[in-house]
Structure formats: C-alpha cells, structure tokens
Write a protein that binds this ligand. Structure first.
Ligand SMILES: NC(=O)c1ccc[n+]([C@@H]2O[C@H](COP(=O)([O-])OP(=O)(O)OC[C@H]3O[C@@H](n4cnc5c(N)ncnc54)[C@H](O)[C@@H]3O)[C@@H](O)[C@H]2O)c1
Length: 308
C-alpha cells in the first residue's frame, strides 16, 4: 500500500509510520516539523519527507500524489487552548481537511483515515462506556472541528464516493510523547517521577480517563485503512478507565518508589469520567488493545530515561 501520513513526525504519526513500514507499506510524510520524527525507527526515505503544511493545497498535493490511503493526523490546535482562538482553529483544521478531501477525490485516493478525538467529541458523557452513537456535544473548539471534519468526510463519501474511516482516539501514551506538551498526563507524570519533581494533579485525582498505548492506536489505524464493514466511525480506547490516583500508584510501582504529588483545584472543563466502548472496533476492525497499562508504562519509562 502506498500511503501518506499527514503529521507523520508527531507522537502518533511517527509511531504509525514505523508500524506501516514494518507491515511493508510505502510511506510518505507531510509535516511542518520536517524530517524530525518523534521516535526512532521511523525510517521513511529522505525523498518521501515533505516539509510543509496541510493547510496548503500544494504541499498536500506533493505528498498525496500516487497514494492509495491518506492518514490525516495533523492538528493545529489542542483541546485546552482551542477556545482561545476558535476562528483560527476552524480555518486551519476544517479548511485544511476540506482541501485534503478535495485533493483526495481529484487524485483518486482510495481512503482517508482521520484521527478524531474520543475525549472531546462527546462532551459531558450521559452514559459510560461511551459508544459511537452517544450524543456529541463538544465543549471545546477542537472537538467541534474534529466533529465537523467527520461530517464533511461523510458528506464527501455521499457526494463523491470518497471512502473514509474515523478513529475517535482516547488518551494515547507511549514512546514519542513529549512530556513538555500540554497534552498527555502520563508523559508529564512519568517525566516528573523520573526527575524527582512534584506531580500536580487538577482536582482530587478521581477523574477517570481511558489510556491506551500508542502501538495499539497504530494497529487500529492500519486496520482502518482497508476494513470492509457498515460503519466508518470507531472508538479506539483501552476498554477500561483509570483514575489519576490509580495512574500515580501504577507509576510508583513501575519506578519502584513513592512519587511526590499535590492536588490543585479542579478545572471546569475536566469531565469526571471518559471511557470509550470499543466493541464496534473489536467486531468490525478485528482490533483489540494488546498492551496493559503497567507494561506500557515500563516501556515509556525506558524511552523517557534516554533523555534524562
Ligand atoms: N495525543 C492525544 O492525546 C490525542 C488524542 C486524540 C486525538 N489526537 C489526535 O491525533 C492526531 C495526532 O496527535 P499527536 O498527539 O501525535 O500530536 P503531535 O502534536 O505529536 O503531532 C502532530 C504533528 O502534526 C504536525 N502539524 C501540526 N500542524 C501542522 C500543519 N499545519 N501542517 C503540517 N503538519 C502539522 C506537527 O508538527 C506534529 O508533528 C492529532 O490530530 C490529534 O488531534 C491526539
């Protein structure tokens, strides 16, 4: 399979490139960060790296030409900061995705696989675990853009026959995730545990999230590239929730010592629980998460330790 990974230098994108190359696929990358993948082993040929932006039709065309499948994993915003500039979020993310869809149609791309967000498209859950038919009431501009892109993909399929799949990803962690980003509690907590800093917890630590290892996310992307079934939107999570306090306890077991932490006032936008139902992905993609939290944390510790 000849494929393009938009955002292929990032945390999930570089792991996905490695995964696709290991499966024997040909991989091209568009990323504004250039050929600087977040993980080792992302051996995309130098000629297949395109440095540029997915908001530019020319840059997109350079990478998508001749590709059967396009994985769209670039985003210009993060959930917690997107409400500061909803217009910029909309123009770059929705505008860029629409340009990508138009080109995919023009260039004869077989399928677009889009990285959506299981943590933001649903908003305040009315039932846990959250299945794909749950109401969608995003509480941030990032989630609204993700949902709008999902809807445009469905529209493009209806109008123009462009095939697609959407993965609503829970909370990925693992090698390649920067501990200095504003996203990814596990990466931040592990870094603080390893450097002896105090972990700061928003609220009392009871907030529950669905964490899954990035290689499980990559396996779901690969399956979504050519699955055949009635659905196009899939939750991708671990199938179970962990509280922040449980995460800290597991980190303590992994590093073999107590880890200093303190509790701060809770944040308004943190819903108490978000755990995704993954039965649809199990049944239709034939996918299920493989890596348990403790072994996933051990691997992430060994990756982070190389940079200390
Ligand atoms: N990490 C998470 O917790 C999480 C959860 C759910 C969904 N997602 C989604 O998965 C995707 C990948 O997330 P990630 O954690 O790997 O993010 P990341 O920030 O590590 O990677 C994104 C990559 O996109 C690139 N990029 C950003 N704007 C670009 C632009 N205009 N043109 C070209 N490249 C651009 C960045 O340089 C980066 O390499 C994103 O769409 C994100 O919204 C992430």
């Amino acid at each position: 399979m000849r494929c393009a990974v938009i955002g292929g230098a990032g945390f999930i994108g570089s792991n996905l490139c490695r995964h696709l190359l290991a499966l024997g696929h040909h991989v091209r990358v568009l990323d504004r960060a250039g050929a600087k993948p977040a993980v080792d082993g992302c051996d995309v040929a130098a000629d297949d790296w395109v440095s540029g932006s997915f908001t530019s039709a020319d840059d997109l065309a350079r990478v998508m030409q001749g590709c059967e499948v396009v994985f769209h994993l670039a985003s210009t915003s993060l959930p917690h900061t997107s409400n500061d500039d909803p217009l910029g979020d909309m123009e770059s993310n929705i505008g860029g995705a629409l340009r990508l869809m138009a080109l995919a149609r023009e260039l004869g791309v077989r399928r677009v696989v889009f990285a959506s967000s299981g943590g933001t498209v649903y908003g305040q859950p009315v039932a846990i675990p959250i299945h794909e038919g749950h109401p969608t009431e995003p509480m941030c501009a990032y989630g609204i853009s993700k949902l709008a892109i999902e809807k445009y993909l469905a529209l493009y399929q209806e109008l123009h026959g462009l095939d697609y799949a959407v993965l609503r990803i829970a909370n990925p962690y693992g090698p390649g995730q920067s501990p200095f980003s504003k996203q990814g509690a596990i990466a931040v907590f592990l870094h603080k545990a390893l450097t002896g800093e105090t972990i700061e917890v928003w609220g009392d630590g009871s907030v529950i999230r669905d964490y899954l290892h990035v290689s499980d996310v990559c396996a779901a992307f690969a399956r979504a590239a050519d699955h055949d079934g009635p659905h196009r939107v899939f939750n991708v999570g671990s199938g179970r929730g962990y509280s922040i306090n449980e995460i800290i306890e597991t980190i303590e077991r992994v590093v073999g010592r107590r880890v200093a932490h303190r509790y701060l006032p809770g944040r308004r936008f943190d819903v108490p629980s978000n755990v995704l139902c993954i039965e649809r992905a199990r049944a239709e993609l034939g996918w299920c998460p493989d890596i348990g939290l403790e072994s996933g944390l051990r691997e992430t510790v060994s990756w982070q330790s190389r940079f200390l």
